[in-house]
Ligand binder design. Sequence first.
Ligand SMILES: NC(=O)c1ccc[n+]([C@@H]2O[C@H](COP(=O)([O-])OP(=O)(O)OC[C@H]3O[C@@H](n4cnc5c(N)ncnc54)[C@H](O)[C@@H]3O)[C@@H](O)[C@H]2O)c1
Length: 441
Amino acid sequence: MAALTPRWSRRDLLKTTAAALPAWFVESSVRPALAAEKSPNARPRVALVGCGGMGQHDARLAKRFGDVVAVCDVDAAHLAAAAKAFKGAEKFSDYRKVCDAPNVDVIINATPDHWHTLINLRAVRSGKDVYAEKPLTLTIDEGKRLVAAVKESGRILQVGSQQRSDATFRLACELVRNGRLGKIERVRTWLPSGLHDGPFATAPAPPGLDWDFWQGQTQPVDYVPQRCHQTFRYWYDYSGGTMTDWGAHHNDIALWGLGKDRSGPVSAEGRPLVDPIPGGYTAPSQYEVKFVYDDGVEHFCRSTSANTWGGGVQGRPGPGEKYHGVQFEGADGWLYVTRGGKLEASDPDLIKTPLPSDAQRLYASDDHMANFFECIATRDAPICDVEIGHRSVSCCHVGVIAIRLGRQVHWNPDSEQFVDDDEANAMVAREQRQAYSYETM
Ligand SMILES: NC(=O)c1ccc[n+]([C@@H]2O[C@H](COP(=O)([O-])OP(=O)(O)OC[C@H]3O[C@@H](n4cnc5c(N)ncnc54)[C@H](O)[C@@H]3O)[C@@H](O)[C@H]2O)c1
């Protein structure tokens, strides 16, 4: 299947990134613009599964390269909204039918985290290429299964950690990888805090929402509005709190800069900084974790005191805090990077001075969705392939397990097991409801 193969010019790069980028970096990152193949018959046919805010956003981005031919959701209201937004798309309520549909080439999976893996597994085994929203998995065990399934199927799977396709994050990682900060001693990631609220009352599920299907593999409970759309990410039943929600972005960048994005930490010590309210959100809104890597680099990950809701940051950082982001600290200085093209350094020359011509350069992508469709055409690995997505979120899962246990855990990134720790190893997988399990779905 041929697809549009967009490449970025210097003008595109400048348009999509901030003025903070030094000229030397922009010049050295530009790839030649290729003429796009315009055959309409070659456009991949895309199905959106999970039609909430992010799913519709992703599908709009995908529409530049393919045709949205199907939409699928377990909430009739969200399904109707998506069908209106993507005219002509066929409506589905069961993703298995979408995976089986012969007229679908590509699936965008933007369901809540607890549904990601079962749908991704079914999709790649059905021969579909997948744009899989982050955080890739609910458990480490899910990631191991998915990595194996993607390799076996030969399908393209791009994880939706789009900071990988942001030139400012790439610049920061290239500088770190090439020793600009000297020997790296530590990295800090600040993740937006979760929500601290409750107790919540049960309510009748809205008409048109299949609450049982929505809950999927998790243990069924009465409907509580705050458990469902968008705020599912603050419940351990469906997510890992902001540790996985935002760690899939900033811890991913930390691992990229450290060159450990196909490996992981060797230990993590964590604790909640606030106790959840009984009957409310179960993931502590504030927490801290100290990871250590095999070379002794320390990684301090903690929540900021600014809340997020549905992705937008509310409130201001507390005293001495930065907004969510990543800071690399080495013997010769520090670099802080976050969204919006923000890159700061202990000395501006650390950024301004060009890297030598023989410097190690990283996979350059400046449009995450374009990179996915380009790889569908070339069958090359996308910038955030399944193993990277799995390893980034495994680091976060290890952190969540340390927070939940309130102690230190030792992790072996080669065997992907905790070391001499039955209690932690029992948390690598979760019990699934039989009707929504690996065996039945
Ligand atoms: N890359 C990013 O920056 C980014 C930003 C926001 C959200 N996300 C990710 O996107 C995902 C969705 O987030 P959201 O904020 O759009 O959530 P949302 O609750 O608004 O949307 C999720 C949708 O999936 C539907 N759904 C649930 N189970 C389903 C199933 N089995 N089959 C089909 N549809 C199902 C829900 O009914 C809902 O419409 C999350 O995993 C989130 O982490 C990524």
